[in-house]
Structures are given as C-alpha cells and as structure tokens.
Ligand binder design. Structure first.
Ligand code: ZN
Length: 315
C-alpha cells in the first residue's frame, strides 16, 4: 500500500528511522520488497532523476505498482530523490508520488528559499509533502558533485529561518555524511551536536540524512578480490549511529551506495567463479536474495524492523 511520507514520519519520529532506498530496475525492486517483508518494516522507495531516465519513468511506476500487488502487506511511500524544480513539478502532477525532494542547496540561501517555496506551494495544493535541503554534503551523486572544500554543515539558526520561510515538511541536513563510495578516510562520527541543535530549534521537524551508506570493509575487500578496484581505505557511516540519530529526530535515512556494492559484489563473484556462464538470471536471483538480506539488516540498524504493524495501526 502506498501511503504518504508524512504518515510514516508520524509513527517514526524520534523512535526509529525509515529506510529510503533507491531503485532502478526490477531486481532491486523485488529484493527491496522481500527484504522489507522479511524484516516487517515500512519503507520509502526513492526514484532519482537518473533512475527515471534509465529506461522510462513509466517503467518504474509499473514495476512498483506490480510489486504492490505481489506484496499486499507492504506499506511504503514513493519519493523523488534530489529533484530540480521541473522534475518536482512533473512528479507532483503525475499523481504517483507521495513526496518530492527539491534540492536547491547549491544556490545562495535566498534563492534556495525562493525555489523551495514555489515547489512547496504547488506540492501542498495536491497533498504532497516536500523535502528540502540546507547545507551541502560533499561527494558525488549522479550529476551532483561537491568538493569536500565546499561542503558545509547545516547551520541550525539558518535552518529555523529556512523552514519558516519555505514551509517544507522535512529537512535534508548536512550532519557529517557525504555522498558516494568515498566518504571518509579513517573513522568519522555523525555530528550529533548539529542534529540535536536542529531538532531543539525546530521541534517535530523530521530530519533527513543523505549519504548514509556504511561502505563495509569486507564488502570492498570481496569486490576487489573479484577484480574490482575500489579504494580500500573508503569508509562510510557507522551503522550503529543510525538509531541514536533517529532518537534525536533523524526520521529518514537514505541508503544507496551500499546497495550498489551488493550488486557489484554478487555479479563480480558470480562471473569470476563461472567465467563460461552467460545467463543473466542465475546472478540476478542471487542478487535479489542478497539485496533482500541487506535491506533487512539495514532495517534492524535503523530500528524500522518490526514496525510494520505499528504503522498499519496508525493509518
Ligand atoms: Zn542525497
């Protein structure tokens, strides 16, 4: 069942975080639904601009609507990830999306406010909620690249003004994470002080954490042992920090890179071990189950595992 993002946030806020997972194809979709059913978790499906253009946006919608029929127990929202203004309007008008993200965080504050406000007005008229971003994460995500030198943490006082002026429903904040597989050298912690300051100044505002993959060392080692060339010193967010962050107001946690690593590991190992094989279904089947197990594991760390009945009861 597709619900609004607000319905999920209402149950999750300061108790657990809802996992937001990007999909691009049917294998990911099947793994995603299975993993959430395995762990009895509500979830958010994220579609990026790149994913919408990978085949055709209607293909993704059809896959999701079919998955909804195959898994009638599932409760989830459909969200546009990192939209520009035009893509937001397209999703708002489609009637398919629960929420959109407008990302104008690369613009100066006043321009970010103006663009976000326009999207909020149009979205709210259709009952769709809006995630907006303030502060800048470093790293690479699709066509967005921010050098570490230009990345900046969200200023909590600016966040108060931003939310007041835009009327956005959730806030993507830069709280010490970055996009992509190359996040940190060595161990780095989330900025719990910034999370706490934002949630104290804007009570009830769900905070969204982008770039939350953990880039597990074992996964990188397995990929490289099967011919990959990932930087072995890459580190991500410590998964054990998801839940403490959730208790402070981080209500949506975006995880994409770790899922791509699962895809890469399964396929590299499969074709390394079976170099004469040319059927795409055997590795696809392995991937779907591996992705389901991965999702179930993440949901345990987010605290969303086992929350499906609580969400159902609240609807
Ligand atoms: Zn992001």
């Amino acid at each position: 069942m597709i619900v609004t993002t607000a319905q999920l946030y209402k149950v999750a806020y300061k108790k657990f975080a809802v996992g937001a997972y990007n999909i691009n194809n049917l294998e990911q979709t099947m793994g995603l639904f299975r993993g959430n059913m395995q762990s009895k978790a509500p979830f958010i499906i994220q579609l990026s601009k790149g994913a919408r253009g990978y085949t055709d946006k209607r293909m993704l919608e059809a896959i999701i609507r079919t998955a909804e029929q195959i898994f009638p127990e599932a409760i989830f929202a459909v969200h546009l990830d990192h939209g520009d203004e035009q893509t937001c309007y397209d999703c708002i008008d489609s009637g398919f999306y629960s929420s959109v993200m407008i990302d104008a965080s690369h613009e100066p504050f006043a321009e970010n406010v103006a663009i976000t406000k326009r999207v909020v007005d149009r979205a709210h008229a259709k009952g769709i909620s809006v995630e907006a971003e303030l502060g800048m994460l470093g790293g690479v995500e699709e066509d967005i690249k921010v050098d570490e030198g230009h990345a900046c943490l969200t200023n909590p006082d600016e966040a108060v003004e931003f939310v007041k002026q835009t009327g956005c429903d959730s806030l993507a904040a830069a709280i010490g994470t970055s996009h992509g597989a190359y996040k940190f050298k060595g161990q780095q912690s989330l900025r719990f002080d910034v999370i706490e300051a934002i949630s104290q100044k804007i009570p009830g505002m769900p905070i969204v954490m982008h770039g939350s993959s953990s880039v597990p060392v074992e996964e990188v080692q397995r990929i490289n042992a099967a011919g990959g060339k990932l930087d072995p010193s890459a580190r991500g967010v410590n998964e054990n920090e998801y839940l403490p962050a959730a208790k402070l107001g981080v209500t949506k946690v975006n995880i994409d890179t770790d899922g791509r690593l699962v895809w890469m590991r399964v396929h590299r190992e499969f074709f390394r071990d079976k170099p004469a094989d040319f059927d795409f279904r055997p590795p696809g089947k392995i991937f779907m189950q591996a992705y389901a197990d991965f999702i179930a594991h993440k949901n345990e760390k987010l605290g969303s595992a086992g929350q499906l009945d609580a969400v159902r009861a609240s609807l």
